[in-house]
Write a protein that binds this ligand. Sequence first.
Ligand SMILES: [Zn+2]
Length: 458
Amino acid sequence: MSRVGPLRRLSDFGRALAASRTGLAQADRLGAAALWHLQEQRLEKLVHHALRHSPAYRDLYRGVDLDRLSLGALPPVTKPQLMARFDDWVTDRRLKATDLERHLESLSQDELYLGRYRVMATSGSTGRRGVFVYDRADWRRNLANFARLNERYVGVHPRLRPRLRVAAVGATSPVHISVRTGLSAAVGINRVLRLDARRPVGELAAALQAFQPDFLVGYPSVVALLAHEQQAGTLRLCPSQIATVAEGRTPEMTDAIRSAWRVEPFEWYGITEGGVLAGDCQHHQGLHLFEDLFIVEYVDGDGRPVPDGEVGHKLLLTNLFNWTQPLIRYELSDMVALDSRPCACGRTTRLSQPSKDGATTSCCSPDRPAPRSRSIPWSCAVRSPPCPWSVSTRSSSRRRAFACFSSWRTRRPSRKRSERFDPALSPRWPTSGRPRRGFSSKSSTGWSVSKATAPSSS
Ligand SMILES: [Zn+2]
């Protein structure tokens, strides 16, 4: 076990940030044909890497015609199936399930296994828990994806002066990918407060009251409870941005958050098997799937594709960036509907529409009962002008809180989120003459925009 030094952390963070602002941001606006081509290229590389280095996949694909690779021809896999052959599943023969379990028990911070691997686990509350491993390159891609979510979707950016206050109410164990993402992205830019969501709401409220976050992220059930505290006058916060993760958010929770803070909350869909799979943009029309990094299939109980708009029985996930532990057509029981209508933001990726009843949501399906291991923000900063009452000043937190509370009732209604969002951050591709692009496999994060051969987008 080894700790990640500050220089190495800063290097990985910087490279991830650069990748998020180039390749990943551009991939958001690829047309369907170019995106399909990109996925096909990455899938082919992943499958052949798995065949070379994973005995479990070699056995699984025996008899499958891989000369003409078709995703639908590859047999789906399940967590129990893969975990039963964990030592043959991973692509580094030094990784053994029993050793990794011991490593997980000893984790206290962002320590690495064998000096290069980050190891995390799912909750395992409904069966055998999953153990997931990312090497340094895999992890940079995860960080880049998370940076894209923060910068391009929510509108928060790393910033030194003034330092932003970020509060995360959720898991606190480094076993969870949300915590590890936050720890590995903590390069000292902003102030971050991490609170255990299991603490009594009164304690959470007191800690947040003293901290006065500009950006608040947490489980929606907990954030809704805090919203009620705010409305009751026992909590006085003025966050500029709010995002919820890990659980389904009901309309009542959303209304409570809106009423308390006059902020339209964002929603993120994260999984230990790949980090953040989807997140909504400033138009909140659904959660954009990050289809450059994942292939997502929604199928019915018999494994047949589900038409757009209908809730699927399960989801088949292919993680295109984790080459240490390939996940190819990996079954998740999350139940969501797919929406291929274009979003007002101009992004071309499909939208996921989680059920709002909290029972069949993308994050709380029966097999995934609020695992509380989703994305928690890194040290980041709000680019749009933050609430003037919540910016760090020399005044005490009590004075700032009082000013916030007394002022939001009388200030003009907040502008729509779409008006706050800086369009310069996410320029639209022209509807025609879109640049042809593709991806090579050599760059700071493993992938970069190349001279490209992708077909014209449609
Ligand atoms: Zn959008």
